[in-house]
Design a protein around this ligand. Structure first.
Ligand SMILES: Cc1ncc(COP(=O)(O)O)c(C=O)c1O
Length: 434
């Protein structure tokens, strides 16, 4: 039987990852960083423990401490989102989607979703969670620019097909969804609006995007680690009253998980406080940065999408990169220059292009959290130009540039440390080869 006699290679890889990723420009729209104070709480005794059910109604003993944390996190999240119900137990955005979909969608039900090319997430589709419950999935019609749901056509569709559920929200998510414009028609049709805020939860918390519940959504599902800069988990939010909500939350337990991974709930408590205190400033700067990057890239000659709509109202941008190659090739070229993002289908592209699409997606949230502002977005656009248009290697310049942005802003770290580097995230001189 073969096995390696040492685990030091694991430690080595983690150390390389820490050094490399703290010196890249990360523009993956679905990622973010924990503050030092939140991250320091991971790896406590809670990493070993179990808690099933709700605080005070657990199936095991020994949960007093996590009960207290869970009760207080929920209380503060209710304040943050000004809502009646929060479930923090689902362990990811996909799991919370499945937990909620499982409670509302039955075989044969008609569900309206955003198409894959229109930005919808795989969990909304036939091969994902919705497809486990019904095959009747219809895409929202889009306006010709491809980045907005066509409201008139969708109202016509609701009147004709009588859907049970509308799933709004998506992965390529530049502009708010027309929740208010569709809510009345959905109500008349007795259809539920589930708003997937995986990407924009931090912008909603910061009150700089839309207010889905206020506009008429019934349930919000989300990840807690994209624009919401917390640990990797899922969350459900609603204003439903208790008896109905207690039925729904059976989708989380026992429906989609038993233990809910206590170690990652702990840092979420810290992030929730950070968002209560600094969330508005962070969301504001994130959107400003995304817009500034859109303008700078466009002025440098890139085909940034949705130009007629000022590129974006979220943390994201979409860029058609076909002038330089397919999205996968361009994403690799950038990665070789220490700029990390992902390839992305653009609206109306055929699904066959999913692994070599025309676009890339950019998210400004993580670099915002590291303290970058509009001026730094211009520098990032200049790296794109030098790399993709001028064909120059800028990997070393990127590392040098990123070296100045090592502390997490919009957090208690920034207050306490005054910009000092995060301990433990960076070891010795950095050599970056990837
Ligand atoms: C719209 C949307 N919903 C759900 C998810 C799934 O979230 P998670 O990765 O937390 O499972 C994603 C992931 O990127 C997403 O973009």
């Amino acid at each position: 039987m073969y096995y390696e006699k040492s685990v030091s290679w694991v430690e080595q890889i983690v150390s390389e990852q820490n050094a490399w990723r703290t010196h890249t420009i990360n523009l993956i729209a679905s990622e973010n960083v924990l503050s030092r104070r939140a991250r320091a709480l991971m790896g406590s005794d809670f990493v070993h423990r179990y808690a099933e059910g709700h605080p005070g109604e657990r199936y095991y003993q020994g949960t007093d401490k996590i009960d207290e944390i869970e009760i207080r996190v929920k209380k503060h999240l209710k304040t943050l989102f000004d809502c009646r119900q929060v479930d923090v137990r689902p362990i990811s955005g996909t799991v919370v989607n499945d937990a909620v979909f499982s409670q509302y969608i039955d075989p044969g039900d008609i569900v309206l979703v955003n198409s894959t090319a229109g930005g919808g997430h795989i969990s909304h589709h036939k091969v994902g969670s919705v497809g486990k419950y019904t095959r009747n999935i219809i895409d929202f019609p889009l306006t010709p620019d491809g980045y907005h749901v066509d409201v008139d056509k969708t109202i016509g569709l609701i009147r004709t097909v009588h859907p049970k559920v509308l799933v709004l929200g998506k992965s390529l998510f530049l502009f708010p969804e027309p929740v208010a414009a569709l809510a009345e028609e959905a109500k008349k049709a007795n259809a539920l609006i589930i708003y997937d805020a995986a990407h924009v939860l931090g912008l909603i918390a910061g009150k700089r995007f839309q207010d889905p519940l206020g506009e008429g959504a019934d349930v919000i599902t989300a990840s807690t680690h994209k624009t919401f800069p917390g640990s990797q988990r899922g969350i459900a939010i609603s204003n439903m009253k208790d008896p109905e909500w207690r039925t729904i939350d059976k989708g989380a337990f026992p429906g989609s998980s038993s233990n809910h991974h206590l170690d990652t709930l702990v840092p979420l408590a810290v992030t929730t406080y950070e968002m209560l205190e600094f969330g508005e400033a962070y969301a504001d700067q994130t959107i400003r940065n995304a817009k500034a990057l859109g303008h700078a890239l466009s002025e440098s000659g890139f085909d940034v999408q949705a130009k007629d709509f000022d590129f974006t109202e979220s943390h994201q941008l979409a860029v058609d990169v076909t002038r330089f190659g397919r999205g996968d090739e361009v994403a690799r070229m950038l990665k070789d220059n220490n700029i990390i993002l992902n390839m992305n289908l653009l609206p109306f592209e055929p699904l066959e292009n999913v692994t070599n699409p025309a676009g890339v997606r950019i998210g400004a949230q993580e670099m915002t959290r590291m303290g970058m502002k509009e001026a730094e977005m211009k520098e990032i656009a200049s790296f794109f130009k030098q790399c993709l248009i001028d064909g120059k290697f800028v990997g070393d310049e990127v590392v040098a540039f990123r070296n100045d942005y090592q502390s997490v802003h919009y957090s208690y770290d920034a207050q306490q440390k005054g910009g000092e580097r995060e301990k433990g995230l960076q070891e010795g001189p950095v050599s970056v080869t990837a």
